[in-house]
Ligand binder design. Sequence first.
Ligand code: ATP
Ligand code: MG
Length: 284
Amino acid sequence: MKLKIAIQKSGRLHDDSIQLLNDCGLKVRNGHNQLKSNAEDFPAEVYFLRDDDIPQYVEDAVAHIGIVGENVLLEKGRAVDVIEQLGFGKCRLSVAVKKEDNYADVSFLAGKRLATSYPNLTQQFLNENNITAEIHEISGSVELAPGIGLADAVCDLVSSGSTLFMNGLVEVQTVLKSQAVLVKSKALDADCQRLLDQLLFRIRAVKKASNNKYVLLNAPNNSLQKIISLLPGMKSPTVLPLAQEGWSSVHSVLSEHEFWEKIEQLKAAGAQGILVVPIEKMIL
Ligand code: ATP
Ligand code: MG
């Protein structure tokens, strides 16, 4: 009995997917020249696929779970369950027009030709806005379409926007925000579900750890109380006496999003020698 996991064979999600599985203790060799590979140390088999095919494989339970972008998942409309957002592969599906166009609002698109690899999501977006436009489905290099006269605008994936910029396009409207998600087949037997629960437990521990840092600092005892109040920690901070009289070492965990602000406050409260260390796994 093995958990069958579908990930992208090569492309933008491949490395992060492998990394996540490795961090969860599933050693997977990358699949450049193979369709599947056995994980070491966990009863799992990894399938390397085109990302477009992953929703179908999971719907059909050929793969029990998969890692795929929400953009692909929603475009394909397959019946699978999303279990976890994974925090990588972040991008948005956006409408972009030529930079010389006077785009005021979506009504600009009425009667225009839109090039996209996401015809369903684009059509849905047009419907929601009561716009009739022509959709040209193309499978790659969508951003070239306006320049060669194939379309007036595009609906394409964007992360930094530099590809659009290089092709004389500007992003005017976000259709969908996306990131990689873990999906599962609707028909998992109890054994698969048990393995999935184990993996999910590990994924959550890895995600949590990557959002947190371990902080160690020295504090004069007379400002300990103030410093402790700034550091809630997992339960409460660890406080150890230093060899030097009147000083303590304080250890705690800080979340990424409040990190810089807290460091400022800790320094202002008299903390010195602040060390920040990555956390590998975090189990609450
Ligand atoms: P495949 O050969 O597997 O079909 P692909 O060419 O369709 O690959 P990639 O370009 O590797 O796909 O992108 C895979 C996924 O990465 C996208 O579907 C999206 O979820 C995510 N992604 C993140 N940032 C971007 C971006 N700037 N452009 C395109 N995709 C992005
Ligand atoms: Mg693809």
